[in-house]
Design a binder for this molecule. Structure first.
Ligand code: ZN
Length: 171
């Protein structure tokens, strides 16, 4: 399972709900978790593996969790600043301000409905991953100048890679 990088369209599209939590969805969640652990991430959303469906996986250190069709139903008024990174934007870390606590309704990998009240690091990861389902990235929250600089850097990287691929292609 490959993680797509900044500049890929699925990262900017709004994801659609999952109609039914099937065995396939469960298997996909397991594969996303192993990909997340392999890349040493703390969260991974379906758009990051090229699928625009409403699912993400997280592990804040307290064990793996799967969120399907999540809905944020409450946020604290208190805001906190924390440094964030993203497996789709490797090497970039920036401080982002977000609510300190969130309440989220979702289904787990067995289709069971759950309500999670998250604080601290887990609240942070959940908000970051939820944004992915809306086509929003953390660099959208750090100011236009910085964002444009990062986007340009990744655009150049992509161009370099595609010209390298062409060179290796048979004529
Ligand atoms: Zn991310």
């Amino acid at each position: 399972m490959q993680i797509v990088k900044l500049g890929t369209e699925t990262l900017r599209e709004k994801s659609r709900p999952i109609q039914e939590v099937t065995e396939e969805i469960k298997a996909l969640a397991a594969e996303m978790l192993s990909t997340m652990y392999r890349e040493e991430g703390v969260g991974l959303a379906a758009p990051q593996i090229g699928k625009n469906i409403r699912m993400f996986v997280v592990d804040d250190g307290s064990g793996p969790r799967v969120f399907i069709n999540p809905q944020i139903t409450g946020m604290s008024r208190e805001l906190v600043e924390m440094e964030e990174g993203c497996l789709s934007i490797p090497g970039v870390y920036e401080k982002v301000v977000r609510p300190a606590e969130v309440r989220i309704q979702s289904q787990n990998e067995n289709g069971r409905r759950e309500i999670t009240e998250a604080t601290g690091f887990l609240a942070r990861i959940i908000q970051h991953e939820y944004d992915h389902l809306e086509g929003v990235l953390f660099i959208d929250k750090i100011g236009e100048t910085k964002k444009e600089r990062i986007e340009k850097k990744f655009q150049k990287k992509k161009e370099k890679e595609s010209s390298r691929n062409k060179k290796n292609s048979p004529a």
